[in-house]
Ligand binder design. Structure first.
Ligand SMILES: NC(=O)c1ccc[n+]([C@@H]2O[C@H](COP(=O)([O-])OP(=O)(O)OC[C@H]3O[C@@H](n4cnc5c(N)ncnc54)[C@H](O)[C@@H]3O)[C@@H](O)[C@H]2O)c1
Ligand SMILES: [Zn+2]
Ligand SMILES: [Zn+2]
Length: 259
């Protein structure tokens, strides 16, 4: 089928919005109509050429939400009409990593995913001339339709708004996970968050959930302040407006430093 996509043709070049071919789902794969996608800084990192694992041409995007259109042979957990979020870390539920309580970094399809390919070693996307275009992070959400392995899709409540839940694909889980699982923030903590983009806002949201008392946000861009306050930031610091070194200023603001 023909689909519209924003194609990363080469590193350092702007995305090209164009029509590409998408082959239907093969065994254990699912065709998804993408209804909304976020833009994570990691997409920009890869596009810039600074990502040592970046491959081109590719269809970037990993914060999507959409609807199952068609399932390939062998798919048992999803059906057309299901609402889903693509996962760049899948969940096969059978590998050593999925079964170990210390991690969730499923390895089932990692090697092909890192090469921009589906688990069978091929790509579903091609140019209209038939030249292959690579997948990205196993998700490629900068396209109206994408093909994703069954194990890389989480079924969601159909009432959930696509333009909000798409961020669960990366920013929300990364930000809240960093607070709850990595930093293990306790009630009453003081915290400082550097960078108030997609990740920082969700770190702030996680800090609120964890019951932090003081949540200091640091960003060079003052326009980030109102949204960060909505998510729970208690103090804003713009380093360009701080006289002298930022560190003692933050230590003083947090009465001895962040927890
Ligand atoms: N799972 C992961 O490990 C994971 C997931 C997502 C993003 N990331 C990474 O996290 C970072 C943030 O991603 P994002 O999508 O939130 O980016 P973003 O572009 O939405 O936000 C970055 C923010 O940082 C601010 N900023 C830039 N330089 C600064 C500085 N020197 N001091 C203070 N603030 C500064 C910017 O003004 C902006 O508000 C990126 O490096 C991204 O690649 C990692
Ligand atoms: Zn991301
Ligand atoms: Zn697994």
């Amino acid at each position: 089928m023909k689909v519209r996509a924003a194609v990363a043709v080469a590193s350092g070049k702007p995305l090209e919005v164009t029509t590409v071919n998408l082959e239907g789902p093969r065994a254990f794969e699912v065709l998804v109509e993408i209804k909304a996608t976020g833009i994570c800084h990691t997409d920009e990192f890869t596009l810039s050429g600074a990502d040592p694992e970046g491959l081109f041409p590719a269809i970037l995007g990993h914060e999507g939400a959409g609807v199952v259109v068609e399932v390939g042979p062998g798919v048992t957990t999803l059906k057309p009409g299901d609402h889903v979020i693509p996962l760049y870390t899948p969940e096969c539920r059978t590998c050593e990593y999925c079964l170990n309580p210390k991690t969730n970094l499923c390895q089932a399809i990692r090697s092909t995913q890192g090469q921009g390919l589906m688990p069978d070693g091929s790509s579903r996307f091609t140019t209209l001339d038939g030249d292959p275009i690579l997948h990205y992070m196993g998700t490629s959400t900068f396209a109206n339709y994408t093909v994703v392995p069954e194990i890389a899709l989480a079924k969601i409540n159909p009432d959930a708004p696509f333009d909000k839940v798409c961020y669960i694909g990366c920013g929300v889980t990364t930000g809240i996970g960093a607070v709850i699982n990595t930093a293990k923030v306790e009630i009453g903590s003081r915290a400082i968050v550097f960078g108030l983009g997609g990740i920082g806002l969700n770190v702030i949201q996680g800090l609120r959930l964890a019951g932090a008392d003081q949540i200091v946000g640091v960003d060079l861009n003052a326009d980030k302040k109102p949204m960060a306050e909505r998510f729970g930031m208690t103090d804003f610091v713009n380093p360009t407006e701080v006289e002298g070194d930022l560190v003692p200023y933050l230590v003083n603001l947090t009465k001895g430093g962040a927890d």
